[in-house]
Design a protein around this ligand. Structure first.
Ligand SMILES: CCc1cccc(CC)c1NC(=O)n1cc2c(c1)/C(=N\C(=O)c1ccc(N3CCN(C)CC3)cc1)N=N2
Length: 276
């Protein structure tokens, strides 16, 4: 990619197929013309940002995501704007959204689930080293690259975690108890979410799902965890989940302990891509 100093502009890119859209705009496959390099170009309308007063979020997303460089964190290469739109030049993840894969296969094998949990753990270890808490890790924010490697995307809710945070955010299925209670929280919330995701990768649904939001919150607060016998899931996998979905944040397994857990050691593919 050209050096960072040059201001990028829309003419530097050839726009390709429409990939998807979120609340603030659409994302397209694009190619940087000089290098032929494929990127995902996220187009955000300034009008929409003003309407939802989302400038602060977007600024934080840009600052945080462009400072992170890790194989399991989607790169934000650059950004530029014209009079009506802001453009984010993002890494292109050619295999799309992980949750669509999960829905299509209903649940992942233990090898695939462990590989994704290990990739998430390594990405979160890196983010926490840089004092960043993502706070909104959910299947919808996880993408897969050409080799099937997991990429955490959408840092719209991420924050620098110097002080403890109090802001309510994210889909409630993945909220840790301390966030439900609007207590101060730190990166331990991402470890809780890893437990939620590990369960969802293996069973196809998050552990505290309920008919209505109030019941989900109640189940989270009670850590009302069950392992349906409909699926065969190894004792080691259940052991890891039970050691992450712990109400007391300081008693949850640390990221290092997750990466040394027998279920991860025995099942995760070290390369991070498991196109088995
Ligand atoms: C603006 C859209 C949005 C809103 C909110 C949050 C997020 C992050 C997930 C995003 N996406 C985002 O930022 N994205 C950044 C991205 C990105 C999205 C992306 N790829 C795709 O979206 C994609 C989708 C389907 C795809 N398929 C190929 C294989 N086929 C079998 C099925 C289709 C291939 C790629 N690459 N970088």
């Amino acid at each position: 990619m050209a050096n960072e100093k040059e201001e990028w502009k829309l003419e530097d890119f050839e726009i390709g197929k429409y990939l998807g859209e979120g609340k603030f705009g659409k994302v397209y496959l694009a190619r940087e013309i000089k290098s032929g390099y494929p990127v995902a170009l996220k187009v955000i309308f300034k009008k929409k940002l003003e309407k939802y007063r989302f400038w602060e979020h977007l600024k934080r997303e840009i600052v945080i995501q462009s400072s992170l460089q890790h194989p399991n964190v989607l790169r934000l290469y650059a950004w530029f704007h014209d009079e009506t739109r802001i453009f984010l030049v993002l890494e292109y993840a050619a295999n799309g959204e992980l949750y669509k894969l999960l829905r299509s296969v209903r649940h992942f094998s233990e090898k695939r689930a462990a590989t994704y949990v290990a990739s998430l753990a390594r990405a979160l270890a890196y983010c926490h080293e840089k004092h960043v808490i993502h706070r909104d890790i959910k299947p919808e924010n996880l993408l897969l690259d050409l080799d099937g490697r997991l990429k955490i995307a959408d840092f719209g809710w991420a924050v620098q975690s110097n002080a403890k945070r109090h802001t309510m955010c994210g889909t409630i299925d993945y909220l840790a108890p301390e966030m439900v209670e609007k207590k101060a929280h730190d990166h331990g919330v991402d470890n809780w979410t890893l437990g939620i995701l590990c369960y969802e990768f293996l069973y196809g649904v998050p552990p505290f799902e309920a008919a209505d939001q109030y019941d989900t919150l109640r189940r989270i607060m009670k850590v009302d965890l069950h392992f349906p016998s409909t699926h065969h899931v190894s004792l080691e996998a259940k052991d890891l989940i039970c050691k992450l979905l712990v109400k007391e944040s300081s008693k949850r397994l640390s990221i290092k302990q997750i990466l040394r857990h027998p279920w991860i050691m025995n099942n995760a593919d070290p390369s991070g891509s498991c196109n088995e």
